[in-house]
Structures are given as C-alpha cells and as structure tokens.
Ligand binder design. Structure first.
Ligand code: UDP
Length: 139
C-alpha cells in the first residue's frame, strides 16, 4: 500500500450515538479520499488480533469487549501525509486532552470509548488496511 494512505474505524460508541455522518463529513472536509469503506462488526478474535500489541495492557479485555459490542465503519483513506494529518484530525487518545475541533474532542466520551481509530505509522496503516479489506475492495 502506498505511504499516502491511512486506516480508520469509526468505533461502536460513535456509530451507536449517531455520529457516523458528522465524522465522515469532517474526514471529507479535511481532504481525505475514500479508498475503501464498509460497515462490519468485529468478532472477539478480530479485535484480539487487531489490538494484539495491547494484549498485556490492563485495559485489553475492556477494549476487546467495547470494539465487538456493535458495528463499526472501517475505511482506508488517501491524502498527502495521511497518517500524520489524520492523527491530527482525530486528536489525543484521551478526549480530555484532545485539541478543540478534533473528532475525539467533539465525539469521544472517554479514553476507551474514543470514537475513532487512526493508524500510527505507514507500516501499521498497510497492515491494518489489509486486515479489514481485500485488494478488490480498494479503489
Ligand atoms: N485505550 C483504553 N485505555 C487506555 C488507553 C487506550 O481503553 O488507557 C484504548 C482506546 O480505545 C485507544 C486504544 O485502546 O484508542 C488503542 O490505544 P493507543 O494507545 O494505541 O491509542 P490510539 O493510537 O488509538 O490513540
């Protein structure tokens, strides 16, 4: 995957709370092109695999429970400097520390239920995009 792509999920809290449209609007307004997008529900195994790097952290069980409790919107996004610019758009992991106008500041409810995921490196963007999408789903 090219390095001008990132991977995102609108997490179950934001989908449940009806924020999908508003979040997609902000992503669009920030200049990201949608390469792939779908609504799915992660299985326990999906979430454990996706977040395997956090498996020893105390919040891992809660994170898996949260990410599997309802549907998500997953997407691959394209833009120059996609990974860094998207992390700026979503804001800090903890919404209490997120900058004004960021997606997490506007729509997250807690450090765990923080509305959106954004890849933290080009390498992870490629791995995470390939975890959720086949080549035939990317345009
Ligand atoms: N998380 C949590 N408690 C914490 C830290 C993280 O529940 O103390 C969750 C939260 O949903 C976060 C995800 O685990 O988005 C991944 O954590 P990471 O540190 O990678 O943050 P991110 O890259 O998503 O900002």
């Amino acid at each position: 995957m090219a390095t001008n792509r990132t991977f995102t999920m609108i997490k179950p809290d934001a989908v449940e709370n009806g924020h999908t449209g508003a979040i997609l609007e902000k992503i669009n307004a920030a200049g990201f092109r949608i390469v792939a997008m779908k609504k799915t529900q992660m299985t326990k195994r999906d979430a454990e695999t996706f977040y395997a790097i956090h498996s020893e952290r105390p919040f891992f069980g809660e994170l898996v429970e949260f990410m599997t409790r309802g549907p998500i919107i997953s997407a691959i996004l394209e833009k120059d400097n996609a990974v860094e610019d998207f992390r700026t758009l979503i804001g800090a992991t903890n919404p209490a520390e997120a900058a004004e106008g960021t997606i997490r500041k506007m729509f997250a409810t807690s450090i765990g239920e923080n509305a959106v995921h954004g890849s933290d490196s080009d390498e992870n963007a490629a791995i995470e995009g390939a975890f959720h999408f086949s080549g035939r789903e990317m345009f």
